[in-house]
Design a binder for this molecule. Structure first.
Ligand SMILES: [Zn+2]
Length: 511
């Protein structure tokens, strides 16, 4: 059995979850479910990044110890993921003792191999990014991601010999035969990463002297590990590194690290270098998605337009929220969410097209066939076009999701939904009921079986809707992706239950 290990970044708990976090996490969940449905041994990891100066500051502001503070905020993330039906196999927290022990063990090895040495760091540091900045990184003297001026830092701390791995990274990125080969996507991001590696890599300060909230260095407990070093290691400590190597060998290397583009450097350069330095394989693929705006504006607390996952779920329901988030614009590019447009898409694609298709089919099976799925007789073969489209849909989805094209995957399903709706109009079962009962039986069978396959195909995006459609068709658990699974005589729901109640544009159901 093939394995598939997928991760989200671990989210920084200096703030409560918003739809930026949800966007990445839902994408990872759709992929995890997709590969589970296909029989892969999936491990899906998410979690929280809980150390660092910014957390210590936020805790002090709220009058709590860092631990009390992170224990409170982490619950908000867990609640949000439950609400959005996120099916992670494990939730890692960097304050977990097992994780902290793993960080110490990893750094000890790098210290022993000479990849970590002591030096003096002086430079500009953005507390927002928890990252040192060069003049070229700044726009008008401030961090482009946080809009704040970095502060001058000077202290004795420990450095990772990142410069030593420049050639190894270049080979790993450009030569598929290299044992450390890994892929950065979308391709535009690979060019960006290659450009940075070719410019030259400086050694990186990986510890802080004046901070208590972190993992102490095993070779100098007066310093704690730099929060990014600590955070990146979650991807291996979560699967047992360093003391449960059976689990580690089962899942490592990760098949996909997913993130927004602002933290690509850490995942595509620093992390692979740390792994290679420690004799471990880099992840197979690192994928950075774009940024999005809300109604043309950048989401920010000051503008008051931050959307919580719960707001989105209150408005659309969890399934539709998941679907709309991932299918509004291509995943690898920047985009804009317009709430009225999302409502319009909800009403058109989900309420009208998919919801009505199932609704009218259940009604007709009840009205014309006493609620029992009819047989598609030997003289009346399945509708060739519908059957071909419904079964080809699965390989189209496989191809689309292999390159994280969620929009294309949804298009493949929507094409079948549209075809099935047209089929109803063309066949006019209400006329066949009076003139050709055999033909009517065949048409209804084709519809029921097509909708079962649609339900199976949408499970990764909309798990509850998928199960509700199967239940209404009398086919719970019938998830085979091949035609002809529903037995004639199966009893469908005695009346259709609406899947997607219509939403008025502009109506605000969140308050
Ligand atoms: Zn910043």
């Amino acid at each position: 059995m093939s394995k598939y290990y997928i991760t989200t970044p671990i989210y920084y708990v200096n703030d409560v979850p918003h739809i930026g976090h949800a966007y990445t996490t839902v994408a990872a969940d759709v992929l995890a479910r997709h590969y589970r449905r296909r029989g892969y041994d999936v491990f899906f990891l998410t979690g929280t990044d809980e150390h660092g100066a910014k957390i210590a500051e936020a805790a002090a502001k709220s009058g709590q110890t860092p631990k009390e503070y992170v224990d409170r905020i982490v619950e908000r993330f867990k609640e949000a993921w439950k609400l959005l039906q996120i099916s992670n196999d494990f939730f890692i927290r960097t304050s977990d003792p097992h994780h902290e022990a793993g960080v110490a063990a990893f750094l000890e090895r790098l210290y022993t191999s000479g990849d970590i040495y002591k030096g003096v760091y002086e430079g500009l540091y953005c507390v927002g990014c928890e990252q040192f900045k060069t003049e070229e990184d700044l726009v008008n003297g401030v961090c482009p991601f946080h809009g704040i001026a970095p502060t001058w830092y000077s202290e004795e701390n420990y450095f990772f010999r990142l410069s030593r791995y420049q050639d190894a990274l270049l080979k790993a990125l450009t030569e598929p035969s290299d044992p450390n080969h890994y892929v950065v996507n979308p391709p535009s991001r690979l060019n960006e990463v290659l450009g940075k590696v070719r410019l030259g890599l400086s050694d990186l300060s990986i510890s802080r002297a004046s901070l208590a909230w972190g993992v102490p260095l095993p070779f100098d407990p007066s310093q704690v590990a730099y929060v990014w070093i600590d955070a990146l290691l979650n991807y291996v400590t979560a699967i047992g590194y360093p003391d449960d190597l059976s689990m580690f060998h089962r899942y490592w290397p990760a098949d996909l690290h997913l993130m927004a583009k602002d933290i690509l450097w850490f995942h595509a350069i620093l992390w692979p270098a740390m792994l290679i330095a420690n004799g471990l394989r880099p992840p197979r693929e690192v994928y950075a998605h774009g940024f999005f705006t809300i109604g043309g504006q950048r989401m920010s607390k000051t503008l008051g337009n931050v959307i919580a996952p719960a707001d989105l779920v209150a408005r659309f329901g969890a399934d539709a929220a998941r679907y709309l988030l991932l299918t509004d614009f291509p995943f690898g590019t920047d985009g804009d969410f317009n709430l009225d447009n999302l409502v319009a898409r909800y009403n058109a694609e989900l309420a009208n097209d998919l919801g009505n298709l199932v609704n009218r089919t259940i009604s007709m099976v009840n009205r014309y066939c006493e609620g029992l799925v009819p047989a598609s007789g030997p003289d009346l073969p399945p509708d060739a076009e519908l059957k071909a489209m419904a079964t080809a849909m699965f390989s189209q989805i496989d191809t689309a999701l292999a390159s994280l094209e969620f929009v294309s995957a949804a298009d493949a399903v929507h094409a079948v939904v549209s075809r099935a709706n047209r089929y109803v109009e063309e066949m006019a079962p209400w006329k066949l009921a009076r003139i050709d009962r055999d033909r009517l039986a065949s048409v209804l069978y084709n519809l029921v079986e097509t909708e079962r396959l649609i339900a199976v195909a949408i499970w990764a995006f909309m798990p509850t809707t998928s199960e509700r459609i199967l239940d209404q068709l009398g086919a719970p658990g019938q998830t085979a992706a091949s035609w002809g699974q529903i037995a004639p005589g199966t009893r469908v729901s005695s009346q259709p239950k609406p899947l997607f109640p219509r939403i008025e544009i502009g109506a605000d159901r969140t308050r």
